[in-house]
Design a protein around this ligand. Structure first.
Ligand SMILES: [Zn+2]
Length: 483
């Protein structure tokens, strides 16, 4: 008999609605949504009945920007797919989109193979991949169609920063945009001007400025805004849609605003740390500020304000984490030279609850906007909707039973991320993920893990937008298969 669950008396919240109803789950998907199902067979004979009185039922969070086991700056990010996705589940995130990286000189497929080796059979939560292209040439161009149609990866990331390592030039970006668009793929970008940054870093180090705070000063908003503007210009020129990852500042946001004036469609992501912190963290004594060294860096309070408003103006669509933890020993590689501090911080376990506590509870965003930026928009933009990103009949039963009354405090002592510090140590948050279901199975309940590594499935994503090919030329599988 197929396993069934009834969640009764909760308030369902999607990006569009909020209403009280019971949810009946059969197997991995939502089967029925209705009032008082608890009084009717077969719903009241479910294998498991969960009382969600006083709780919200949110679609499982989707974090569209993570880096598990990323080889970077001479070391590896400290979360594996197992520990990272488990921490995500504790924090209400049921699906991640991690970045598989093509090694320069190697194929795109080899990059994807490598990331499947890290994740398959290891992940606890569901996962999909973006593919970061570090070397776009005739050989890699020939792989694009297969990557989109056969391997379920429809978003291609480029770095305009990290000169000499991951950075690509404008011609490669334009060509990649053209090739991916043919098959319904989209280019997404880390927008910082790598030449300007490299020059600033060299100059600061020459002048003997080696401390933490110079990280921020080496990458001012203009570096980000210039690259964001150039990226959007390249997309506009080729008539492509595009997505900017981790946008941090007012200056970049205003370039996005400007792009909309020529009827361009740009998708924008920010990350939780840019909403929660400003660059005063870099003034903390000693090496403390290294905990918040990532790129782009933290900005000013006015930029935080702009980001919150940008969400409500529909200029910013998703809030991710760029989860890329490094332990303090790893961070200390840059104790004498800020440019050697591994860039990245933990956050996957905190994003969802922080957005509720700081966003909804403080009146900055509505409940529906909260669901949109933490889940629905990412599912829609990246070809996973409506299987992921909502609570609806037929959708995967990825559901967070969220108690808005519980207050708790973040600490390295109680986190599940594999990192020896919390970026939010001592933060008091209102609202807690009480129970988390992944594809109909209770994954987390009241602080207990109920599933094992390998439970997480790879999500084959559909094209991110309508391919430019005609109907007859389209091949490939049903959109968004699992497995
Ligand atoms: Zn990243």
């Amino acid at each position: 008999m197929t396993h069934s669950v009834l969640i009764k008396n909760g308030t369902i919240v999607t990006a569009a609605d909020s209403y009280q109803a019971d949810v009946y789950i059969k197997g991995e998907a939502v089967h029925t949504i209705g009032k008082n199902l608890n009084a009717l067979p077969p719903f009241n004979q479910a294998n498991k009945i969960i009382d969600a009185t006083g709780c919200y039922l949110f679609p499982g969070g989707i974090d569209p920007h993570t880096h598990m086991e990323l080889p970077f700056m001479g070391t590896y990010s400290s979360d594996s797919f197992e520990s990272g996705t488990l921490a995500g589940l504790y924090g209400g995130t049921t699906t991640i989109i991690d970045f598989a990286i093509q090694a320069q000189g190697k194929s795109l497929n080899a990059g994807l193979d490598e990331w499947h080796r890290k994740a398959d059979g290891q992940a606890v939560g569901d996962y999909a991949f973006h593919l970061a292209v570090t070397d776009f040439n005739e050989q890699t161009q020939a792989e694009v169609q297969e990557v989109i149609q056969k391997r379920g990866v429809s978003s291609f990331k480029i770095f305009m920063a990290y000169k000499g390592a991951l950075m690509v030039d404008d011609l490669q970006i334009a060509r990649l945009m053209a090739e991916t668009a043919r098959f319904g793929g989209m280019v997404i970008a880390h927008t910082e001007n790598g030449d300007m940054v490299a020059n600033n870093v060299a100059q600061l180090l020459t002048e003997g400025h080696t401390g933490v705070k110079y990280h921020g000063l080496s990458r001012p908003p203009i570096c980000e805004a210039e690259a964001a503007g150039r990226f959007m210009d390249l997309a506009h020129h080729g008539e492509h849609e595009c997505y900017i990852v981790h946008l941090t500042c007012e200056e970049s946001l205003n370039r996005v605003r400007k792009a909309t004036q020529r009827n361009q469609r740009v998708f924008v992501e920010t990350c939780i740390q840019y909403l929660m912190f400003n660059d005063s963290q870099y003034e903390l004594p000693g090496f403390e500020g290294a905990k918040w060294i990532f790129s782009p860096p933290l900005r000013k309070a006015k930029d935080q304000e702009a980001l919150w408003h940008g969400m409500n103006q529909n200029l910013i669509h998703t809030v991710a984490t760029d989860h890329c933890p490094f332990c303090l020993d790893q961070k200390r590689m840059g104790e004498q030279d800020f440019s050697k501090i591994p860039n990245g911080a933990p956050g996957i376990e905190n994003r969802f609850e922080l957005m509720y506590s700081e966003g909804v509870e403080k009146g900055r965003i509505s409940l529906n906007k909260f669901v949109d930026v933490t889940s629905t928009a990412a599912a829609k933009i990246f070809g996973m909707f409506p299987r992921k990103g909502t609570i609806a009949v037929g959708s995967d039963a990825d559901i967070v039973i969220f108690d808005p009354t519980v207050e708790h405090t973040y600490s390295v002592e109680n986190q599940h991320m594999n990192c020896d510090y919390s970026a939010y140590e001592g933060w008091r948050v209102k609202g807690k993920c009480r129970t988390v279901l992944l594809r109909g199975t209770v994954a987390i309940d009241e602080g207990k893990t109920l599933i094992n590594k390998g439970f997480g499935k790879y999500i084959h994503r559909a094209p991110v937008m309508e391919p430019l090919l005609s109907e007859s030329q389209k091949t490939g599988d049903t959109p968004c298969q699992i497995g």
